[in-house]
Design a protein around this ligand. Structure first.
Ligand code: HEC
Length: 143
């Protein structure tokens, strides 16, 4: 019988085949689960992210625990406010405590709200709530 580990060349060959097989397997796993958003909505969500960046919301707020620390984490502010867009609108337009009022157009506000809604649905701010997977990613199932 052929002993695959008899010679260093064989070990290299076995590892090489494993590497190729693993690479093929890893690239065939879809990166994202199918989105509930249409292409057009995803485009608007992306625009909302640009509004988030344009007004520097991230300098004071975190998303998924990352960002500035003057204000609270806003990953789940959408559901925390009971899906109340008026609450978020009110705060952005009028400001609160150290947060200045923003002169933001209606179009920008709409996509910003869509962005915050999308972020909210993508997970929670605390990554420790999630189950790490064997490949180093996190499962969307909570622990
Ligand atoms: C200069 C810092 C600063 C910037 C910039 C800023 N915020 Fe804030 N924001 C705050 C602070 C501080 C609070 C919390 C006030 C309090 O304690 O009630 C807050 C609160 C909020 C809340 C309410 C959070 C909650 O849990 O109820 C929302 C929503 C919000 N900000 C959205 C935004 C958005 C959207 C932007 C960008 C357009 C933004 N903020 C930019 C400082 C900032």
């Amino acid at each position: 019988m052929l002993n695959l580990f008899a010679h260093p060349k064989h070990i290299f060959f076995v590892l090489f085949v494993c590497f190729i097989a693993f690479s093929v397997w890893i690239y065939t796993i879809p990166l994202f689960s199918p989105s509930q958003y249409s292409e057009k909505e995803l485009h608007l969500v992306a625009e909302g992210r640009l509004v988030w960046q344009k007004y520097n919301c991230h300098t004071c707020h975190q998303l998924y625990g990352l960002g500035g620390y003057l204000g609270p984490d806003l990953t789940n502010v959408y559901s925390r406010s009971g899906n109340n867009e008026h609450y978020i609108r009110g705060i952005v337009k009028s400001g609160v405590k150290q947060m200045p009022a923003f002169e933001i157009s209606e179009d920008e506000m709409k996509v910003l709200l869509l962005f915050l809604k999308n972020v909210d649905q993508s997970g929670t701010s605390n990554p420790q709530d999630y189950q790490p997977e064997i490949l180093g990613t996190f499962s969307l199932e909570k622990k």
